[in-house]
Design a protein around this ligand. Sequence first.
Ligand code: NAG
Length: 348
Amino acid sequence: MFNRGNRMLKQRNDAQSIRMPVITTFLILICVLVWVLYRETGEKPDSLSGLMKENLNSFRSSVKLDPTVEFRNGTDLIWQIPDSPKAILFLAHGCNGKAANFWDRSPKCPNCVGLPEERLIVLNALARRFAVLVVSSAERCWSFEEERLIVKDIIEWWVVKQKLQSLPLVALGASSGGYFVSVLATDLRFSSITIMIAEGLFDQMDIPKSYPPTLFVHMPKDKRRRVIIERYLTLLKGKGIDVAEIKCMEFALSPNLLADRIPGLDLATSVRLYNLFKEKGFIDTKGFMRNDGRAIKWKAALKEGEIILPDKSIVNHIQEEMNLAFAYHEMTSLQSEHIFNWFETHMS
Ligand SMILES: *[C@@H]1O[C@H](CO)[C@@H](O)[C@H](O)[C@H]1NC(C)=O
């Protein structure tokens, strides 16, 4: 930036058409610009971790996960209703996901997994008085024909059973669940939806005028999806549908991050993992992931580093956070405030 500035100054000096005060002002302007840009990028990781902490701390006292598990239409559904709910949130997981990922293991849900991002989305929802309903897909991923009818049935049945018919209904789907929610929105009346790390199936459907306001939460590092999302934003906007996007960027791991976000993972283990990742070159000197967690042979490194996890299943929790930090394709709760603002401002 300085180089370009100097070159421009030089050209102008050669032309001898600018006096000293103008040049000085110009230089000062450049300095201010550089300082502002530097300050902004320098601040991002801080504000992000600030946001993480704030979120985590505020939950410890106010909301508790307390699920109810049921079976219907050959699948399981898990739900929780806070005091005086103001809306209903339907959540659709990605491939290999299930309802049990959204709540911690407890006597009421012995098979629950409590993946870090999933459980934080539920906690955020409950803190903002959204009733939460999660259904598992019948197969590994969602399918877009009969399964839509089944899920529509389940949601409608559940809403009546819980006597919540008067409340607005919103939906959030991630990856395969994002495609699913994009079409389910033509079967059920959602007041708004969020499609996460997916572009939706807008090429394969008739988009009615009444299609709900749609928020895309995506990771621009996934360039293929980013390009299609840009196209769909224009397409939906052109049909008069309210749309917005949130771009989720990579961030640096810190020694305490895993302990902060994964229940049951202590600080000492978190620090050892961080150091191991650094030693093995999985993260760079600033703590940024060099690759997606799925693509790194980090589980073998665990054995080598003689790190014993409190619970074997925690490897999935750790990997989710690694994927999130790399920001290519992962469920994310970091944008919850934005997402729930979107839902709350589109409830008429
Ligand atoms: C779901 O189950 C209910 C109750 O058993 C049944 O009446 C309904 O037809 C089922 N829905 C679908 C789409 O199979």
